[in-house]
Design a protein around this ligand. Structure first.
Ligand SMILES: NC(=O)c1ccc[n+]([C@@H]2O[C@H](COP(=O)([O-])OP(=O)(O)OC[C@H]3O[C@@H](n4cnc5c(N)ncnc54)[C@H](O)[C@@H]3O)[C@@H](O)[C@H]2O)c1
Length: 425
């Protein structure tokens, strides 16, 4: 089939490349000309495992084509996957700018029996807007939410946990069923609004699970429990499950915070109060401040102290800095008069554009040099394997705040560190 992907970010590229690997011809369009230039020459502009080699393979097999203008796509397209960013404004409302532009472009250049599969995360009001705009029999609309995890985007897209197809249009249903025929995953056929709510409920459930364990970790810190044992004890209950029970300094990224804020805003406009989700966001908004408290408890006056923050990306395995807790934390440390040194394996160059006046490197040892304290802000798998004896010798102080609870606390104590986790004994 001929597929058009609009938006070549994490979702668009992973979706398009996966569909190209399943023998479809895939046309990519993005309004960002620089991205299209990079992609046309076979270069990914962000880090994502396996995607670079899959992109090269798809290009050499003549399965993918890249466009910065939609009118250059001269083939008959069977389905359009809308994968554009759907940012929210400060108040939580969706910024409709991208959507309006994409809808306008599709209507202008395509018309006959075309399926529009909305992969971008949108709320029911935005869906109603899209439906109204495509008010013609030529367009067959479906909501097809995406659940991939950054750092695992291509694998998740090729092996999804489920495929949700929300449509009241039989043509869209049968086309999407056909497009996904070689994907080994349960398919849920439902109406568009239920498909939308599956996506919001999934992300806000994950957000709530993280804020829940963080709240218990803060309690544990106060009364002397150990959150690792507590999480194990909770997670072994099959009704709860062990994933997303890792306490820390909170969730970030381009999806969880945005989607939670958007569904709260949307529901408020319908006079529905999403109390649990609101609380999960509120807990997350201040969770990173536990680091400041722990620094004060151990170092006293923070002005002029040197703190090395390890990890800038919103999670390990990605170079994505969007809504990263680490950046929020560093800005707060700077406000306290702390001299911040920071490190990340992948996002260090991008971070230099955001964080001015901060020493930033990709080297843990260089960053730790002369520090009074180290804060682990991102769950990079590399940190537990670092040479902590060497780090201890390079530091001025001996305090380590493990904001992701990933280090071996006994080993660190034996090396002379004062170790503080989040809710860890
Ligand atoms: N990143 C994730 O892990 C993830 C997971 C599931 C769902 N989602 C959702 O999928 C959507 C896309 O997310 P992403 O992370 O891939 O975003 P992204 O920011 O990485 O990429 C979006 C792309 O869309 C392009 N774009 C925006 N408006 C356009 C327009 N009118 N025409 C053409 N191109 C346009 C941008 O230039 C950008 O390249 C969002 O709604 C997001 O919430 C993201």
């Amino acid at each position: 089939m001929n597929i058009l992907i609009i938006g070549t970010g994490y979702v668009g590229l992973a979706t398009g490349i996966a569909l190209a690997l399943k023998s479809n011809k895939v046309y990519f369009f993005d309004k960002d000309k620089e991205k299209i230039k990079h992609l046309s020459s076979g270069q990914l502009f962000f880090y994502e495992p396996d995607l670079q080699s899959a992109l090269e393979k798809a290009i050499s097999n003549n399965r993918v084509y890249f466009f910065d203008m939609l009118d250059k796509v001269n083939e008959k397209v069977d389905a359009v996957f809308l994968c554009i960013g759907t940012p929210v404004l400060k108040n939580g409302k969706t910024d409709l700018k991208n959507i309006k532009q994409a809808v306008c472009d599709i209507k202008k250049y395509f018309g006959q029996d075309i399926v529009i599969a909305v992969k971008s995360t949108i709320n029911p009001d935005v869906f109603e807007f899209i439906k109204r705009e495509f008010n013609s029999n030529n367009f067959h609309i479906a909501v097809n939410p995406e659940f991939l995890r950054e750092g695992n985007a291509l694998k998740d897209t090729l092996n999804p946990s489920r495929i949700v197809i929300g449509t009241e249009d039989n043509y869209a249903k049968s086309m999407l069923n056909n497009i996904y025929r070689d994907f080994d995953a349960p398919k849920i056929f439902t109406d568009p609004i239920s498909a939308i709510l599956i996506k919001y409920a999934s992300n806000t459930f994950l957000a709530t699970k993280i804020s829940f364990i963080n709240e218990i970790a803060n309690l544990s810190d106060n009364v002397g429990g150990d959150i690792d044992d507590i999480a194990l004890g909770i997670g072994l209950d099959p009704r709860i499950g062990k994933d997303f029970l890792k306490a820390g300094i909170g969730f970030g990224g381009s999806c969880l915070p945005k989607d939670a804020k958007n569904v709260i805003h949307f529901s408020r406009s319908k006079n529905i109060n999403l109390g649990i989700i609101k609380e999960a966001v509120l807990i997350n908004d201040t969770q990173f401040l536990v680091v400041i408290e722990k620094l004060k408890e151990n170092l006293g006056n923070l002005k002029g102290k040197v703190v090395a923050v390890l990890g800038l990306s919103f999670k390990g395995g990605t170079d994505d800095l969007r809504d990263s807790i680490s950046i929020k934390l560093i800005n707060e440390l700077l406000r306290e008069g702390i001299i911040v040194r920071a490190q990340d394996y992948l996002s260090y160059e991008k971070a230099k554009e955001i964080l001015k006046g901060v020493f930033i490197s990709n080297d843990v040892y260089m960053t730790a040099k002369g520090a009074d304290a180290i804060v682990i802000a991102t769950d990079w798998k590399e940190y537990p394997k670092a040479d902590w004896k060497k780090i201890r010798n390079l530091m001025k102080g001996n305090l380590i705040i493990d904001g992701r609870n990933i280090l071996d606390k006994e080993n660190l104590k034996n090396l002379g560190f004062t170790y503080k986790g989040i809710g860890r004994k």
